[in-house]
Design a protein around this ligand. Structure first.
Ligand code: PEP
Ligand code: MG
Length: 592
């Protein structure tokens, strides 16, 4: 889907349309988070823009030379020579010249041309035999980074936000930045990139912060201090909203708050249908502190603890003790409710900078991710398993393996789990020897061989975010293909049904912890398909409980059967919209 140009309205408003990933309305001042130094945004430039781009480059070169000379003057004379090499690159050599000609020839912004020229130099240098020359690749990288930094101006981070209700505007946010978002200060999130199941969307929804992503180039159009209106339900962002629009939005927000208060009253009521069929409604968490929201929302436990966020929010790799502390706190606070701790799901779009691992892959979501990565790093994996096992004596803890694609992975993971148990026995640390193990079903291959996997696990949890990504061949973080992300695609419904039915035949209960479970429009369908547990974003708990309590199981079954016969996923979606409009119109109002 190409970028939709913003609508300019005669009133001076500029309206951007993107993908709403966390409902709600926010009005506030923009805070533009400049991208990290080596993250470059590509722009085409016109012939008329070339002189301006060249002037930016020249100014950045001058600033870079001055900085290097200043550092050289102050540093130890033994290392000052390093900077001679850097200054040499900045002389009028081919490196610098190629950028000038590249701007004119390629008509791209200077950052992109500089990045590509630097990469070309580094690649050529890395191939030469002479070690001294090979080492110079690092100098090229250093100099290029410094120039990029000067092109970007002062770098700002989310820690610089001081005003409550600030709207963060960025090209994208990293997972570690996203988890560090302070809800007291951030009122909305607006991004160029992203899709409904990208990490930023998941965290924004959890925090209940209105968010619109996939806006293509909004970070180029908005400046810090601009007034913005974010409508996360409609996927709209309005720059310089009129008084009329702001008044209308505030009225809507007020009405939604009323509904939220009403739904909050369901907190202690069971997640049960009109005809008395009860399922487990649990919550997804990323950090131990999220337990507050789990308790406030009245969830019956945690169906998915995404532990990699805990790793990413720590400065150093968390030790066994630190992890044990975190898992124990969660288990203890929620006991006797169940807590399903998912083992590390690194890779894809979640990386750890403090691990000595080369994450460079051309296809990271299909690559060294989740269980594949952990099986290749048994020490790291065993450390996490020992920490989870130790926490299992203070609460109702289970272990869940992510991204299982075949039986062998479960068997190998269980071998490492047994080793972890032996190590704990040797050290005298107690643990629950009967801790249950489950598999995430998020790779289509696994959904098709659940009969083979079932004898080796106690439960399945469908990760629909990845299941949809892998089944429909759409990168879950890519806004261009986000329109193809169809939870109601018949292929997805069949895979879900197959997993639940075969799981039940083998006495294995099946939950859903992907984003589909947090969408209340999907609740009747999932109930009708026979799911045992829904694990949802904390902010979605009241809506999903409301949806469960407003439908009967017989109606849900009929609807699921009908959905499995319809050819168009749009028809299925429309059918659920109509049903929700009929039985729970307040949910639609909250979502829009
Ligand atoms: C999923 O894939 O649906 C899931 C729950 O896991 P994650 O979003 O963390 O990949
Ligand atoms: Mg997943």
């Amino acid at each position: 889907m190409d970028a939709v140009p913003p609508d300019t309205i005669s009133t001076g408003e500029l309206v951007f349309r993107g993908i709403g990933v966390s409902a709600g309305i926010a009005i506030g001042r923009a805070f533009l988070r400049t991208p990290p130094d080596d993250h470059v945004i590509e722009r085409d430039i016109s012939r008329a823009d070339v002189p301006r781009e060249i002037a930016r480059y020249e100014a950045a070169l001058i600033a870079t030379r001055q900085q290097i000379r200043a550092i050289q003057k102050d540093c130890d004379p033994d290392v000052a020579g390093i900077f001679d090499a850097h200054l040499l690159f900045l002389d009028d050599g081919p490196f610098i010249k190629n950028v000038f000609t590249g701007i004119e020839g390629r008509r791209k912004n200077v950052e992109v041309v500089l990045r590509d020229v630097a990469q070309g130099f580094m690649q050529s240098l890395s191939r030469v035999k002479d070690e001294y020359l090979r080492e110079r690749a690092n100098d090229v990288q250093d100099v290029a980074r410094r120039i990029l930094h000067n092109l970007a101006g002062k770098q700002v981070t989310l820690a610089d936000i001081t005003e409550p209700g600030t709207i963060v505007v960025a090209n994208d946010l990293s997972p570690s930045e996203t988890v560090s978002i302070n809800k007291d200060r951030v009122g909305g999130i607006v991004l160029d990139l992203g899709s409904p199941t990208a990490h930023t969307a998941i965290v924004a929804a959890k925090l209940g912060i209105p968010a619109v992503v996939g806006l293509h180039n909004i970070s180029q159009e908005v400046h810090t201090g601009d007034e913005l209106l974010v409508d996360g339900g409609k996927g709209l962002v309005v720059l310089r909203p009129t008084l009329e629009r702001r008044t209308q939005a505030l009225r809507q927000a007020e009405s939604k708050r009323g509904i939220e208060i009403e739904l909050g009253r369901l907190k202690d009521l069971p997640a049960e249908t009109v005809d008395g069929y009860r399922i487990t409604l649990s919550a997804n968490i990323e950090l131990p502190k999220d337990v507050d929201a789990v308790l406030a929302g009245g969830a019956e436990g945690v169906g998915l603890f995404r532990t990699e966020y805990f790793y990413m929010s720590s400065k150093d790799l968390p030790t066994e003790e630190e992890q044990y502390d975190a898992y124990r706190t969660v288990a203890q606070r929620l006991a006797p409710a169940p807590v399903i701790i998912r083992t590390l799901d690194l890779g894809g779009d979640k990386f750890l900078s403090n691990l000595d691992v080369n994450w460079q892959e051309s296809n990271p979501f299909m690559g060294w991710r989740a269980i594949r990565f952990c099986l290749a790093q048994p020490d790291l994996f065993r450390t996490q398993l020992r920490a989870i096992l130790r926490a299992s004596i203070v609460g109702n803890v289970s272990i869940m393996y992510p991204m299982i694609s075949n039986l062998d992975e479960i068997v190998r993971a269980n071998v490492i789990l047994d080793q972890a148990k032996k190590e704990l026995l040797q050290k005298g640390h107690p643990f629950n020897p009967h801790v249950e193990v489950g598999a995430m079903i998020e790779v289509p291959a696994a959904a098709l061989v659940v009969d083979m996997l079932a004898p080796y696990v106690s439960f399945f949890s469908l990760g629909t975010n990845d299941l949809i990504q892998y089944t429909l061949a759409i990168d879950r973080g890519n806004e261009r293909v986000a329109y193809l992300y169809e939870p109601t695609h018949l292929a997805i419904l069949r895979l879900i049904k197959n997993t639940i039915d075969i799981g039940h035949r083998h006495g294995v209960w099946t939950g859903i912890c992907g984003g589909m479970a947090s969408d209340p429009l999907m609740t009747p369908l999932l109930l009708g398909l026979g799911v045992d547990e829904l694990s949802v974003s904390c902010s979605a708990l009241p809506m999903v409980k409301d949806a469960i309590r407003r439908v009967s199981l017989s109606e849900a079954r009929e609807i699921a059967e009908l959905a499995l016969t319809l050819q168009s996923s749009v028809d299925v979606h429309d059918m659920f919209r109509e049903l929700t409009k009929k039985i729970a119109p307040e949910i639609l109002e909250l979502m829009e």
